[in-house]
Design a protein. Sequence first.
Length: 139
Amino acid sequence: MPRLASHILLFGERQAPVASLAALLKDGEHEVVSVAGEAPARLIEAAARADVLIVAAEACADRCLAQLAAVRAAQRDLPIILIGCGCQVDAAVRALKLGMVDYLSRPVNPRKLREKVDDAIERRNCLTELAQWRTQQPG
């Protein structure tokens, strides 16, 4: 059975980092959608169609975390991976407390990024299957 393409949403305040990440992930296996500098409502709308969200945090860590909190409230099971500068330890800790599944420092190793994305998608698929199975069980 052919594997369905996963939808990866990339978000950041600036287009260049988002475009760089998109180039790393475009391999035909995933559909990659980029949104740079979008308003929180548009980000939440785009996240509703995503299997995983990757956030390229720059100096905007506080703003990005506020937007991630809004996405998390709307999409409780969406895996979110935050990519930031290695010196943003406090941002990484806050992101993990918000329920992010992972934090990667720049420069990003392309192989590691793909592994993290695949792991997040697989975890979400397993949780979705488990939820469906539970709804089918009698009383």
